[in-house]
Design a protein around this ligand. Sequence first.
Ligand code: NAD
Ligand code: UGA
Length: 464
Amino acid sequence: MSRVKNICCIGAGYVGGPTMAVIAAKCPHIKVTIVDLNEARIAAWNNENLDNLPVYEPGLADVVAQARGRNLFFSTEVDKAIDEAEMIFISVNTPTKTYGLGKGKAADLKYIELCARQIAAVAKTDKIVVEKSTLPVRTAEAVRSILDNTGNGVKFQILSNPEFLAEGTAVEDLLSPDRVLIGGETTEGGKEAMEALAEVYANWIPKERILTTNVWSSELSKLTANAFLAQRVSSINAISELCERTEADVNEVARAIGMDSRIGPKFLKASVGFGGSCFQKDILNLVYIAKSYGLDEVADYWEQVCIMNDHQKRRFAANIVKTLYNTVSGKKIAFLGWAFKKDTNDTRESAAIYVADDLLFEQANIAVFDPKVEEPQVYSDLNYLNTRSKEENAKGVSVYNDPYAALEGAHAIAVLTEWDEFKEYDWQRIYDNMKKPAFVFDGRNLLDGDKLKEIGFVFQAIGK
Ligand code: NAD
Ligand code: UGA
């Protein structure tokens, strides 16, 4: 008999939505309600047309279709869902602070605190509160303090259960994770809560992959995992610059080192720079935490991963300008891809935004095509940078629904996202309709450079 019959998840974003949809699909005996303050987002999750879900992930629509209306519900009634649930996941955003102490580095925990206060105010029965958001180590302490001091005397157990899914493969990652991590207190109550959560996952995940630790190890493991993954990307990107000077080929180097079983082949793809909502945010957070303990060398070591990543984005844009005879003013530069990686509609911290920003300073005309990103998102990303007026961004950038129209008449193409469909395009037709010499700058090592050179393109790729 399952201990948990009712789950509530606060936050219907890229993590809350897919994670809870999979739990609901795999646990038909548990009612799962996902709540969010954002009414438009909840309406989109409830959209009859499954092509219009707010999050694009391969396979997600099928999972939602399986459980929605059966035991999976999307709602804006936060209090009701909290009241009904025995277990509450907090899956709200934890962006980098943009103000005050720790500005630009520390995680902004205001949304977490609001959730904790709301849970405390509403709960009339004992609850297990699960931190699903990525949080600084020792956040559970603050959550406990709020719950215990503002609650109605009911008992709370706080667990850390960080999420390791990657966007673009979220459903696959959730169905078959390398591990599930649960951190809890070593008290009797803590152990029981961990068991209750482990029981939920055990409905589809082998027990040996469900790992339990103390709360602090669990919180810190999440930041550490992202820091290690991002570090690999920055490491290979650092080598990519050296390859470009020495005629070594970064793909060959990555293959050669990746076959060493101690190193392994994953996360060795050189690129225009890592993006996404988490790598930079989580590393900066780690840097901030280390600094706050006076560990300057530790902080500097990890900060270098982000410094290298900024450099990689900037030098990609600078190389375009240099190669196009030191000026892109008035030239059409077409972007293939705007999302931070393939198979997602998420653009947060995408390298494309920063490359576009640099090229706009050089007065380029940018034409964007991305199979899953629409015009308002592109402008909103650029406007968010606040580096020029909205009118100037609108004037400098056009967004297309048809890739061939975006590429027509361009002086150069920059590949910013590794969408598979780009490989299948009619590159002869594209060449015929471009200004000559026709340049391609492949920021993803995606295209077949030899084939493009044969057509007549001037082709450059990262690390070659
Ligand atoms: P998101 O911005 O897509 O979603 C967060 C949602 O929470 C938003 O829809 C927002 O409206 C809602 N929200 C905020 N405060 C609320 C409140 N008080 N009540 C109700 N709803 C509220 O963010 P995300 O990408 O899903 O990330 C969530 C957390 O998961 C972050 O801590 C992130 O670091 C972590 N994480 C993200 C990923 C990823 O791939 N995106 C992977 C692992 C972990
Ligand atoms: C990453 C982690 O992989 C997840 O485990 C983690 O849960 C998540 O962050 C999170 O905490 O949010 P995500 O950012 O969705 O997932 O995507 P990744 O596949 O890690 O890619 C991040 C960035 O690195 C992308 O821009 C990608 O193109 C780039 N990357 C990745 C490379 O440039 N080279 C590589 O070899 C791998």
